[in-house]
Ligand binder design. Structure first.
Ligand code: HEC
Ligand code: HEC
Length: 150
């Protein structure tokens, strides 16, 4: 009996709220109409047009691939036949181009041994290295890195 009374008073309270607040405006991220196509996200500009002009972003933990401090959208895509990244960062090129050399870890094979040439698992540079973008964080982050290099 007591329980029924409770439910009844809850229902009365809810009804009172609905009358006071009026209909609630419920919206999904897509908008009210589910058939509306998703909005394409804003196109963001890559930072650092040419190598050497853009500040590097400090690494925040050990093992983090450094962000690329120069634009990459003006380079050819990395394909089996062509890898422009290696034309500046490769063993034979880095000195002449004044670019940092692929780090030692990139020469270690799956068997853990040091190889003469960079390991194939490191060929697709942009799988790990992302360019910097003019994109402010979407939400505030209080993350603090540990032992990042540089
Ligand atoms: C024309 C030469 C050139 C090409 C091509 C090039 N880079 Fe670079 N890169 C540089 C130079 C020079 C620097 C160092 C100066 C700077 O900070 O911009 C650099 C810096 C970097 C760094 C920063 C390393 C660190 O310690 O912070 C990364 C990562 C990188 N490049 C990745 C790439 C990738 C991936 C590609 C291919 C998509 C690429 N680069 C293509 C010249 C080049
Ligand atoms: C599987 C992920 C992965 C791939 C693929 C990869 N890298 Fe890296 N790279 C890293 C990580 C992690 C680091 C930082 C730790 C280290 O030095 O090994 C790094 C470091 C570097 C550095 C900084 C070297 C220094 O002296 O500090 C350069 C330059 C670089 N990579 C270029 C490249 C280029 C160019 C390619 C493609 C040919 C490439 N990387 C492919 C993960 C990767």
């Amino acid at each position: 009996m007591k329980r029924n009374g409770l439910i009844l008073s809850a229902a009365v309270a809810l009804a009172a709220c609905a009358t006071v607040l009026g209909p609630v405006d419920v919206k999904s991220l897509r908008g009210a109409d589910a058939a509306t196509p998703d909005q394409a996200p804003a196109v963001r500009q890559q930072l650092g047009a040419k190598p050497g002009n853009q500040q590097t972003i400090a690494r925040t933990f050990e093992g983090q691939p450094p962000l690329i401090p120069h634009a990459t959208d003006n380079f050819d895509e990395v394909t089996l036949a062509d890898n422009q990244c290696l034309e500046c960062h490769g063993e034979d090129a880095y000195k002449k181009k004044g670019a940092p050399r692929l780090s030692d870890s990139h020469f270690v094979g799956a068997d853990g041994k040091r190889q003469q040439v960079a390991d194939a698992r490191r060929y697709a540079c942009t799988l790990c290295h992302a360019p910097q973008f003019d994109a402010p964080p979407l939400v505030e982050s209080t993350f603090k890195g540990e032992s990042g290099k540089k």
